[in-house]
Design a protein around this ligand. Sequence first.
Ligand code: BGC
Length: 471
Amino acid sequence: MSFDEVYPERSRGAQGKLRKSKGYVLLLASVAALGGLLFGYDTGVISGAILFITKDFGLPTHLQAFTISVVLIGCIAGSAVAGPIADRIGRRWTLFVAGVIFCVGGIVSALAPNEETLLAGRFVVGIGIGFSSVVAPLYISEVSPANIRGALVSFYQFAITIGILIAYVVDFAFAAGAQWRWMLGLAVVPAVILMAGMLRMPESPRYLLRLGRNLQARAALQHIYLDADAEKQEEASILESLRTKSQGFEAFAQPAFRLALFIGVTLAFLQQITGINTVIYYGPQIFQMAGFASAGASILAQMLVGSVNCFMTLIAIFFVDRLGRKPLLYVGLSGMFLGLAALAYAFSQPHLSGSLRTIAPASMMLYVGCYAFSLGPIVWLLISEIFPLPARGLGMSISTLANWVGNFLVSQFFLVMIARLGRPGTFGLYAALCIVTIIFVRTMVPETKMELLERVRVGPVIGAATSSDVP
Ligand code: BGC
């Protein structure tokens, strides 16, 4: 059932109030999205800092690699526990705790007197990223009215890309003075704002209703909707969904939850194994493979990648609620496929000269740009939408865990794959995985545009008119 069918009065008279409530929800989303900014910043910043850390601590190669990847191990650990914690202590407090973890990790890393302390600090930062990658999209999705939910969760992805871009710029700015401690330590600023902000934000009304704190939930819903009828209908719909579904780990007994989990885990994993972080983490190396002469030119090209990644996310913000999740995924994944196939073709030629020199970087931009308005934001959006409320934190945690495992595998094995499969083979494989993703989206993923969260249903979608196959 569509949003307008549920709230017919919305389509007629209540647009003015809706506009005011949008401002309020945007404020909530912006504070929570700081979790995304920190996610982007803290994963991106190490690529520039590592050169100077290596020098200061005299790191051998294997410790260099571990200093980069230890954050991902923290992310895996943090995302595994964040959902159940958010189901227990609430979304708001879990995000506050994420802010505290980011602060502690940032300070320990920036002041680390030796490699061991630095590793511990970066592991703690990883736990913070794991927490926020589960709970920030979950919180945003739960406080958003259905008709702008896609835009607001995409805004979270926008914050990730801004964080990555800021990290590249900060690395560049502090490189001259070899100031890696500032690079790592600056993350404390948004972390403090996140903590202070979450102290003032309301709890998710869905979480409050689940606890039976109906008065508080009603107050939160009133702020969001400024419309008594809409708010009552939303409350009734949430309460109904709580009556019929099992809580927490009991949810595994439900076929609909298991199916949602299969879809969430697969999508989150596919987001990574189609190769995005090869470009985000190893961009300068790929540019050098493509014939860029100097390290400086490659780093500048990488900033261009970061900007394309950031600005193209705006397309998702503007169109994901109008056109729907699946059309954007089809267009974006097709573009990603073309970009990767062109890159594989360019690398298969014996010499990268003439127009091939242009094709390689251009196809990387095409790939990143298309990812930015499709698989990037929409995976976070869908995994915050498809799980039933009583087990939503758990479902998001497991899916996000799969995302970080995929991230770890791709970033660890990218250079090994280049050595074993060659450049055309590696990028060709990622291209093939984009096609697999298109088929998966076509057959398994429901269209959730304009659906109230409680009415989203999962099930095989081939031949179905709506997404409501599984009762
Ligand atoms: C992914 C990250 C990636 C980023 C790039 C996010 O959605 O989860 O792994 O680095 O997009 O923008």
